[in-house]
Design a protein around this ligand. Structure first.
Ligand code: NAI
Length: 434
């Protein structure tokens, strides 16, 4: 089976490599020449655990190639996946479908024989129908179906998520398209991964509803964490007590600095816009977005409070910049909302991140300094802010941290450490909801 993946970013590259692992012949196409050159030279342009060896193995087996030459790849394809970005559109907050529609226009003239064009990007309801219209208008003779196959992988665990998914969702409009997609995913039958086949619109909406629900859990526990602080309860205990109820589940009940990343912020906004378009209320998701913004602002206050009300001239060591561990992705990371207000008020920020510093440099204020080593970042700091729970920060040499700081404020926005223990080490310890 010949598969083309349009877009070789986090999703396109992982999906392409995993489909080749399933045995398909995969060509990943990207407009970005630099990215394709790097991939062709065996370099992986993103940080994702396990991706490098997976790509190498399948390239060597001749099942995985990278190119900018879309025409030639599409001509041979049985299935063409669109895995390009769908960022928030400037102005109205809806999903920007410019890249998806451009990809559809690029693909259309080169389709030969029956082909299924599959949206893997997260796209609002109605997008597959628009892709169908664009292709039919551009190439009236094309023999094709459109399908929707939203992706649920998590950065940092993307390969195992793709190879062992909780479910695969296939939105289809013909049994022929369904058969081809089922054939592609057939290796998953071995692990009995559920394959849910729906209409196009339901598949499109499942992805947004799932992300909005997960974001809701996060905003919910973040709001509860504020109540915990007010009444003297411990959000860890509250979350555990809730999560042991099988109907609730313990995942996504970790209080923290608010969600970020390449999906939840834009997908919650886009869902709200879709609801508005259809004249339907989306009050829960609107509140989730609001609570998340407030939580980030509250984190700034926490840092300020820990520094006795003023960050001016204070040296703050920031541990972790990416939106979560095990990725270099800085898109909508909480650091981008929390650090600039501190810099504006005169804080001197020295940041460390195991993988994200290159990306962060382009997005954070120029005055932020970067340290290659954790303890260099901490040297002479008035406060340490633990912002992303990388493993490297879970086992800090706390006596060394304390000894090398100028001050004693430790602000743990991921609740990695135990308050009692931190007090014993001599820190003035602040965390979230405990
Ligand atoms: P990305 O920005 O990492 O990758 C997109 C790639 O598409 C870029 O390399 C870009 O150069 C390329 N591209 C854009 N237009 C093109 C065209 N016409 N032809 C060829 N290449 C083109 O984006 P990412 O993170 O992979 O996201 C892609 C989609 O997947 C989005 O809709 C996102 O919401 C969704 N998604 C992302 C997840 C994630 O964790 N990053 C998880 C699940 C879904």
């Amino acid at each position: 089976m010949n598969v083309v993946m349009i877009g070789a970013g986090y999703v396109g590259l992982v999906s392409g490599a995993c489909f080749s692992e399933f045995g398909a012949n995969v060509v990943c196409v990207d407009l970005n020449q630099e990215r394709i050159d790097a991939l062709t030279a065996g370099q992986i342009p993103i940080y994702e655990p396990g991706l490098s060896s997976l790509v190498t193995r399948n390239r060597e087996a001749g099942r995985l190639r990278f190119t900018t030459a879309l025409a030639e790849a599409v001509t041979e394809a049985d299935l063409v996946f669109i895995a390009v970005g769908t960022p928030t559109r400037r102005g109205d907050g809806h999903a920007d479908l410019g890249y998806v529609y451009a990809a559809a226009r690029d693909i259309a003239p080169h389709l030969r024989g029956y082909t299924v064009v599959v949206d893997k990007s997260t796209v609002p309801v109605g997008t597959a129908a628009q892709v169908r219209r664009i292709i039919a208008e551009t190439n009236p003779g094309a023999d094709f179906d459109v399908a929707s196959n939203p992706e649920f992988l998590r950065e940092g665990a993307a390969i195992s998520d793709f190879l062992r998914p909780d479910r695969v969702v296939l939105g289809v409009e013909s049994s022929r398209a369904e058969s081809l997609l089922r054939e592609l995913y057939r290796p998953l039958n071995l692990i009995e991964a559920p394959i849910l086949v729906t209409d196009l619109e339901s598949a499109e909406l499942i992805k947004y509803a799932a992300n909005a629900f997960l974001a809701t859990k996060i905003s919910f526990i973040n709001e509860i964490s504020q109540l915990c602080e007010a009444v003297g309860a411990d959000v860890h205990a509250v979350a555990r007590g809730m999560g042991l109820d099988g109907r609730i589940g313990k995942k996504f009940l970790h209080a923290g600095p608010g969600y970020g990343g390449s999906c939840f912020p834009k997908d919650t906004l886009a869902l709200v816009r879709t609801a508005q378009e259809y004249g339907v209320s989306s009050r829960i998701v609107e509140s989730v977005v609001e609570v998340n913004a407030a939580q980030k602002a509250r984190m700034v206050q926490k840092v300020r409070h820990a520094l006795d009300g003023s960050e001016a001239g204070k040296r703050i060591a920031v541990l972790g910049l990416t939106f979560k561990p095990e990725t270099d992705d800085m898109r909508d990371a909480p650091a981008l909302s929390i650090l600039p207000p501190l810099v504006d008020k005169g804080a001197v920020i020295v940041a460390h991140d195991p993988q994200g510093m290159r990306e962060a440099k382009a997005l954070l204020p120029d005055s932020v300094e970067y340290a290659d080593d954790i303890y260099t970042a901490i040297e002479g700091a008035d406060a340490v802010v633990l912002l992303t729970e990388w493993n490297a920060y879970r086992g800090l040499d706390l006596p060394r941290v304390k000894a090398s700081m100028r001050g004693d404020a430790f602000i743990d926005l991921r609740n990695v450490y135990e308050p009692k223990m931190m007090a014993e080490y001599g820190f003035r310890y602040t965390c979230v909801g405990r």
